[in-house]
Ligand binder design. Structure first.
Ligand SMILES: Cc1cc2nc3c(=O)[nH]c(=O)nc-3n(C[C@H](O)[C@H](O)[C@H](O)COP(=O)(O)OP(=O)(O)OC[C@H]3O[C@@H](n4cnc5c(N)ncnc54)[C@H](O)[C@@H]3O)c2cc1C
Length: 409
């Protein structure tokens, strides 16, 4: 126990970002309490595709072998279909031998990562809903600093104090909301609906994305013969729908002929999970006494399939900086600044690539055009596969030479 505090670190949220940060901090010898409002294992609305960069981090965290033992599906490539019927294969294994994405339900993946944190010594408290952050005036009348959280644990209100609070509570983060850090995201404003299916026909070892005029669908094979089926559309189209969410989901998929064919005779397992607007951004990821990882800090859109990677990578960037700050007895924003700088170095260029890809996805003629070029110009496709898979530097897909070769007729 740290003097005047209940623990050294509180991590709010036990998704990939929270569990990985908690595990790495506990590995470094810190006392960590992780709070999650859910009971694990729990489902999470997600396409459940861990990109090659994310799969590599699972290995670095020491859980890759266990993920594979859960018979997760190995995807050596992703086939992307454009609205006009063209397609290209983002071939990870050809871009770099041995690279592959994984399909594993969040029910299993998140539980695996949470158990990794527990094994490292993290105290995990489930059904612990964080309602607010606790702050006190900074030294010399400076900005207020975070010193804990207010939570409802199994229905009982608790105040829990810590030297550092890590906000890892996802897109609807209570931590960013309480700190007034939510920044408006005007575009893209998409929402995603997902469900598990059995007996989807015509799938090979690849994952699939199907872009259509009314939205896009994703098919990701998972463990135990399950397939994750997702449909993503503009928020307005989903909120303004005439019938039920189920009916909207089914008709969105049915209007994409190749997806409709693959789902003919398939059986849906469980409910359709939906979310509100998906994009989220916090004004900053550090402050006095706190830092943010994963979707709580930033999330754009699932098309490029990297939210899990970004959450795990943020944990790897945050933990050493937080550990140094805790040992120095100074968890001020200035002390945590190296994490903010590491985020900029790691995520800014990739964020720009994702915005460019969003531009293509939102414009069917452009999507048809670039899909055709990527299919015919193999080297471009391999560069993009590496960048989207997070094993090649993102700036490779932003150079004038790359863009000129992609866009020239
Ligand atoms: C439809 C859809 C499809 C997606 N598909 C993919 C994909 O295929 N591949 C990919 O890489 N990414 C995908 N993403 C993104 C991915 O799901 C996220 O980027 C990833 O889950 C972020 O991890 P996280 O740990 O930051 O947050 P989360 O995984 O959201 O975890 C947050 C945790 O915090 C807990 N929590 C929330 N609020 C509180 C609170 N107040 N108190 C206590 N606990 C709280 C929640 O219970 C949850 O366990 C998709 C997202 C959506 C919406």
């Amino acid at each position: 126990m740290v003097h005047g505090f209940d623990t050294e670190v509180i991590v709010v949220g036990g998704g990939p970002g929270g569990s990985a940060t908690a595990a790495l901090l506990a590995d470094a010898g810190h006392e960590v309490v992780l709070l999650d409002k859910a009971s694990f294992p729990r489902h999470k609305a997600c396409s459940e595709y861990v990109n090659p960069g994310g799969a590599a981090i699972l290995d670095e965290l020491g859980v890759g072998a266990e993920a594979r033992a859960l018979s997760c599906h190995r995807m050596a490539a992703m086939r992307v279909h454009a609205p006009g019927g063209g397609s290209f294969v983002a071939d990870f294994d050809r871009a770099e031998a041995g690279r592959a994405a994984l399909g594993l339900s969040r029910h299993k993946l998140d539980h695996l990562l949470l158990r990794r944190a527990q094994a490292a010594g993290v105290t995990v408290r489930e059904r612990a809903h964080v309602r607010d952050v606790l702050t006190e005036p900074g030294p010399g009348g400076g900005p207020r600093r975070v010193i804990g959280v207010e939570a409802t644990v199994d229905g009982t209100r608790e105040t829990i104090r810590a030297r550092l609070v890590v906000g890892a509570d996802g897109r609807h983060s209570a931590v960013t909301r309480a700190l007034g850090l939510d920044a408006p995201v005007r575009w893209p404003r998409r929402t995603g609906l997902v469900a598990h299916y059995r007996n989807v026909r015509g799938l090979d070892a690849f994952g699939e994305m199907h872009v259509a005029r009314h939205g896009y669908a994703g098919l990701a094979p998972l463990e135990d013969g399950l397939t994750n089926v997702a449909f993503v559309a503009d928020v307005g189209a989903v909120t303004g729908r005439a019938g039920s969410l189920d009916a909207y989901f089914s008709s969105g998929l049915a209007a994409i002929p190749e997806v409709a064919w693959k789902l003919e005779g398939a059986e849906r397992v469980g409910t359709v999970r939906g979310v509100g607007s998906m994009a989220h951004r916090a004004r900053r990821a550090t402050g006095d006494g706190f830092l943010l990882v994963g979707d709580a800090a930033a999330f754009l859109d699932p098309f490029t399939g990297e939210g899990i990677y970004a959450a795990l990578r943020a944990a790897q960037l945050a933990a050493p900086v937080a550990s140094t700050a805790l040992r120095a007895g100074d968890v001020s924003r200035r002390s945590l600044a190296p994490y903010a700088a590491a985020r900029r170095r790691t995520f800014t260029a990739k964020g720009a690539v994702c915005l460019v890809v969003q531009g293509f996805v939102h414009s069917p003629p452009l999507m048809d055009y670039v899909t055709d070029r990527l299919d015919r110009r193999a080297a471009l496709g391999l560069t993009l596969a590496g960048v989207l898979g997070n094993f090649r530097p993102a700036h490779q897909a932003l150079t004038p030479a790359f863009l000129a070769r992609l866009l020239r007729p």
